[in-house]
Design a protein around this ligand. Sequence first.
Ligand SMILES: [Zn+2]
Ligand SMILES: [Zn+2]
Length: 228
Amino acid sequence: MPVWNSWVWAMTEWLHEGWNVIGGERCQAEACDATGVRCDYVDKRTRACRTTWCSQHWVAVAGKPYCRRHASVVAAMGADAGAVGLPDVDNRAAALVASVAAEVDARVRAVLHEVAPAGGAVLVADPVRPLPPRDRATRRWQRAWKLVDHSGMLKRVAIEVDEDDDAVVMAHVDTELIGQGVPPWIERRRRGVSVPEQVDAEQRRSFYDAIARSIELVVTDREAVPLL
Ligand SMILES: [Zn+2]
Ligand SMILES: [Zn+2]
């Protein structure tokens, strides 16, 4: 099984443990002195994100400013956000699924199109969703892509993070777990180390590439599902 523990990801705001506003309304991006506005995120329990970002560093979704983390949650929840409410403001599992899924989205769609039988099959991409708990109190967050036709589901790809261990990203093809790993930016945060922005970006790319590549190989049957 591929273990992607060399992943590094540039989510500098994740380094700010506790999400406290630093220096009043100053943007919280590293080395940015600009004045910022609060992230617009309010979770289903009406708790707001307390981070502040300038126009260079916030991410707009539907015209509203969010921190990078919550932008990906809001974008990935889609219409479901209205139905089930937005995940807790400090829910890292949902945010991690949303971000990783967005990065591999194009390649997952492409490989599912590649294996789709001629005529009739359609690709259904779900938003990020909480899965019903099995026998535990914690929830798993998942984003899935499904290839379906009149006979049912032909292929299914999913990215998943469990609240129980919200540093581990898992990839599934059909019912099989095909890979998992702790993103190194989380390792880095734990160790309190940082790397130059360019190194970050490069390692982030290879992190996503490793996930997408694993999915592609299994979906196209070029690599057997490993026995875990
Ligand atoms: Zn800024
Ligand atoms: Zn936020």
